[in-house]
Design a protein around this ligand. Structure first.
Ligand SMILES: *[C@@H]1O[C@H](CO)[C@@H](O)[C@H](O)[C@H]1NC(C)=O
Ligand SMILES: *[C@@H]1O[C@H](CO)[C@@H](O)[C@H](O)[C@H]1NC(C)=O
Ligand SMILES: *[C@@H]1O[C@H](CO)[C@@H](O)[C@H](O)[C@H]1NC(C)=O
Ligand SMILES: *[C@@H]1O[C@H](CO)[C@@H](O)[C@H](O)[C@H]1NC(C)=O
Ligand SMILES: *[C@@H]1O[C@H](CO)[C@@H](O)[C@H](O)[C@H]1NC(C)=O
Ligand SMILES: *[C@@H]1O[C@H](CO)[C@@H](O)[C@H](O)[C@H]1NC(C)=O
Ligand SMILES: *[C@@H]1O[C@H](CO)[C@@H](O)[C@H](O)[C@H]1NC(C)=O
Ligand SMILES: *[C@@H]1O[C@H](CO)[C@@H](O)[C@H](O)[C@H]1NC(C)=O
Length: 420
């Protein structure tokens, strides 16, 4: 569809030019009061030198442990055991690789510099043993589009990590791609902490990530997707939830993700998709859904999903989906099932059946022993029954007697008078 393709960018270009114009005007206004400030943000194509040359010291030098390429606008500080972000990052940097270090904590304004790193667009912090990312850690990076925090044991991600250190004025984040794969928490911390809740809080804080287009949350052992997290990310195009432990999507709403193009749900623990989810996915205009390698349960609850699969174009490789349970349906292709195959069989699985048989035998034995004891004691029991009956009779007679006294009003009066 060349027509559609050529129109999209053209409209985008127009908007971009408008935005540039606005920036230039803004720059001009601010430069009247603050000489040589916002010039670098407008010069994305031209030389970045003016921004740096206006400052006294700090030329575009390279921090000692890093490799810099001004032509590629790239700085790499890879596998250097750095414990903090280098202070003297060159102002031209557009791609910053700070991977394989020992940062541990990312404080507020960790990348705030004077002049700001206005062109920094891609920041890779993967594999840094990061435990803590504070509120406003990515403040003063107006051009940041892509952030990779993967492979970090993030136990303390501030809800305002992507918005700002001042919680009362949430700044919209410029981020378009956020990559949070393999946040490998130690098992002990995992027990106390809800990674789901922590990530959701950071994603929804003040709607700061409205502009997010790609979100990757793969290999995080997520058990569920918090209910309202997607509602705060209306611009999402790509959502990657591969290799987690999602059991169902019943509480998740995809309805408002009208721009969604790809939804990766491979390698989860999905058993079935319910009617509501099916209808929502079907209503999204551009989406492609990936559902491979889930343990689909082919019983009567699967009827709606199988019927939907046969019709829909939304699921990629739908012919590859197979049942995992029950045993008799294992490896059957979902698309080839018809509703007569899908019943909810009350017959128990064999392992459970043997355990029930065993339980039955034990109960029968206990019952037999009890009866035997009763039989051997039959004389004693008979005597005991007689005793009880006699005792009851005595008691009942006493009760009868008292009842008759109480029922007779004269006697009642008499007794109450005598009390006084
Ligand atoms: C980083 O630390 C490890 C272990 O402490 C050491 O083996 C390695 O040589 C260090 N790397 C650098 C670049 O200093
Ligand atoms: C970030 O760096 C890691 C390690 O080099 C790499 O595997 C990953 O693909 C990078 N992320 C992005 C978005 O390029
Ligand atoms: C946060 O922003 C509010 C409103 O602009 C301001 O009054 C307050 O002083 C700020 N707080 C901090 C800690 O900067
Ligand atoms: C988990 O919580 C318990 C009690 O709240 C605490 O004793 C324990 O130290 C915590 N474990 C970790 C790893 O934080
Ligand atoms: C899936 O995630 C687990 C951790 O949750 C990880 O150990 C494993 O390597 C991942 N598998 C793939 C194929 O990425
Ligand atoms: C979807 O968007 C509409 C309006 O934009 C809003 O009223 C509604 O609450 C949203 N639904 C969900 C589930 O977020
Ligand atoms: C699911 O939807 C289909 C068609 O819209 C309908 O026939 C079916 O009864 C629904 N199933 C449930 C469980 O509501
Ligand atoms: C259902 O499948 C069986 C074989 O798996 C086939 O014999 C039967 O005709 C199918 N029924 C319908 C309604 O397609």
């Amino acid at each position: 569809m060349p027509g559609g393709c050529s129109r999209g960018p053209a409209a985008g270009d127009g908007r971009l030019r408008l935005a540039r114009l606005a920036l230039v005007l803004l720059g001009w206004v601010s430069s009247t009061s603050l000489p040589s400030s916002a010039s670098s943000s407008t010069s994305s194509a031209s030389l970045p030198a003016p921004a740096a040359s206006g400052q006294p010291a700090l030329p575009g030098r390279c921090p000692a442990p890093c490799e810099c390429s001004e032509a590629a606008r790239t700085v790499k500080c890879v596998n250097r055991n750095l414990t903090e972000v280098p202070a003297d990052l060159p102002p031209y940097v557009r791609n910053l690789f700070l991977t394989g270090n020992q940062l541990a904590v990312l404080p507020a304004g960790a990348f705030a510099r004077r002049p700001p790193l206005a062109d920094l667009a891609a920041l890779n912090l993967s594999g840094n043993r990061l435990k803590e990312v504070d509120a406003g850690a990515f403040e003063h990076l107006p051009g940041l589009r892509q952030l990779d925090l993967s492979h970090n044991p993030l136990a303390d991600l501030s809800p305002f990590a992507f918005s700002g250190s001042n919680a009362s004025v949430v700044a919209p984040s410029p981020l378009a791609e956020l990559i949070l794969n393999r946040l490998e928490l130690p098992a002990a911390e995992r027990q106390n902490l809800s990674l789901e809740g922590m990530v959701a809080a950071a994603l929804r804080a003040g709607h700061a990530l409205r502009g997010l287009r790609r979100l990757e949350l793969a290999s995080n052992q997520l058990l569920y997707l918090p209910r309202d997290v997607l509602a705060h990310l209306p611009g999402l195009r790509h959502l990657d939830l591969r290799n987690n432990s999602l059991v169902g999507l019943t509480h998740v709403s995809f309805r408002n993700l009208t721009h969604l193009e790809s939804l990766h749900l491979e390698d989860n623990a999905l058993k079935v998709l319910r009617n509501g989810t099916l209808a929502e996915l079907q209503s999204l205009p551009h989406v492609r859904v990936f559902l491979d390698d889930n343990p689909w349960v082919c019983d009567c609850h699967m009827v709606d999903m199988v019927a939907w699969l046969k019709e829909t174009e939304v699921v990629q490789g739908k012919g590859r989906l197979t049942c995992a349970f029950p045993e008799k349906m294992r490896h059957r292709v979902l698309l080839e099932l018809n509703s007569s195959d899908l019943d909810c069989d009350p017959i128990l699985p064999p392992s459970l059946q043997t355990s029930y048989v065993f339980l039955g035998i034990v109960l029968a034995l206990i019952g037999a022993i009890f009866l035997l004891v009763l039989y051997l004691n039959r004389k004693g029991i008979k005597k005991w029954m007689h005793n009880i009956r006699d005792a009851c009779r005595d008691h009942m007679e006493g009760y009868h007697y008292r009842y008759e006294i109480n029922a007779d009003p004269r006697l009642t009066n008499l007794s109450s008078n005598s009390d006084v």
